[in-house]
Design a protein around this ligand. Sequence first.
Ligand code: NAP
Length: 551
Amino acid sequence: MAFVITRSCCKDSSCVPVCPVDCIRPAGAPGEYTDSEMLYIDPDTCIDCGLCMEECPVDAIYSGENLPQDLERFRDINAEYFKRHPLQQYGEPLPEEHDPVEPGSLRVAIVGAGPAGCYNACELLFIDGVEVDMYERLPTPYGLIRGGVAPDHLNTKEIVDVFDGAFTDDRFACHLNVEVGRDLTHEDLMAHHHAVVYAVGAFHSRTLGIPGEELSGHHSATDFVAWYNGHPDFADQSFDLTHERAVIIGNGNVAIDVARMLLLEPDELADTDIADHALQALSQSNVKEVVVLGRHAPRDAAYTLKEFLALAHLSGIDVVVESDYLEARPDDDIEFEMKVNAAREYAQREPSPENKRIVFRFLVSPVEIVGSDRVEGLRVVHNAVDESGAFVQGDPTGETELIETPLILRSIGHRGSRIEGLPFDEGRCIVPNDRGRVLGDDGEPLPGVYVTGWIKRGAHGVIGTNKTDAEETVARLWEDFDDGKLTSDIQDSASLQELVAQRDGEVIDWSGWRAIDAAERQRGEEASRPRVKFVDIAEMLAAAQSAASSR
Ligand code: NAP
């Protein structure tokens, strides 16, 4: 009985190299980035050894014999994938591991301690002799793993365990609560490191550019996510949860996370690490219907199949699909076809009047946020489609409709911001780069400067996608090292320590973070929850400090 990859797959791909028969796809050749958002196991080739399951950091892999009922469907999904994409060996040799380097010959700064930065650090620390300094604005690491992944996706958060070994290595130094651009400049980093890798993500939400965006009651989903995840910058935000209906613009996986969080029952939320303030507010919420709006037909919805399917298992919540376009195209690939099939199944279900509901509407674009002092509703236009059901850009029907609601969450993707001292591509909102090497205005690589993660490739991909992305960037860094391009005369680490210490405020190191982590878990234990997060920076610093003083 073959093993099966299921919905919590994070695409970290740790399972791929351990598979003795190489039957997990589509992982890409070693170091190659692929933009699919989950992996599949070929049931005809799997030899049932279970190594992939042991390696999976987020418990997404099950033996076919022990597949829980709510994941049963993934047996067919894994098999179907290989019917369309018969297993082929990549035929690429594994990249050779780099030889150890002389201590002191390669010190790398990584800016940002989110998944992109963490994978990058691990990839570098894997080679003996390399030293890594990681800088992060917040007193806590892990970026979107802590502040973005939905609280009810606790499995996904377990991915942090893969970084543990590397981050306790003496060659790794962590400088949390230090902001590059405020406390340290790009030039400071270049003066103390042979290379600098920016892994700063894409934190800001895109804007719609329609009238009424400034009205109170309209928020970015990014803010809402940061609020329920206890990001200290967003802890004092408030959202109007008094009305029965909330509307989400955009239908990516963030929209799906937000829809779930708005509707889960208080006892389900309490089983998670949601911030206390959000638990309290959502427990008193009156929201019963969340309307999720997409510009295209269901085939081209931005959510992924696994997140869409998972909604079917929420208790007391119906999924309603309103669309006339519920057939895949004859030449559609399997992931499209399964997505349309799932939408059709939802559309055929009869919702129950006593249940809450997530209503997916398609082929509508927002044209105006309506209200005098605050949001009263969203005006949408119905989009035109061609014979195949595809959305025709810029050709609306002129038929509009007002959806009444006091709460609109804009979930239309993220954008990266300019980094002081580096070029920036305003159109794509990324730092221009060639597979991770930052390119100057003349198109030539800037020596010793690299990017990884969303600031490199744009805001798409799941947590584990950052692993292959990091491999790609680090491969460029090694090429440059081997070509003698990373030999600048840098100042020593004592001078760096001094510089960092001059900044205003406490610097938290890895043991400080471990103390914060332990204190949050302890608070969680007392409340029978996985953890109770600190949302106030002063409280985080106090927790880190109390551990430092007891050492
Ligand atoms: P996304 O997947 O890019 O979705 C953005 C949505 O906004 C799309 O539906 C897009 O529609 C729509 N949109 C963009 N501009 C619009 C406009 N002007 N008017 C109306 N709609 C507009 O972004 P995301 O949901 O923020 O997710 C970012 C990445 O994180 C994705 O790769 C996602 O899979 C990943 N993620 C994964 C998980 C998970 O695995 N559980 C959870 C959260 C996020 P069009 O398609 O028409 O452009």
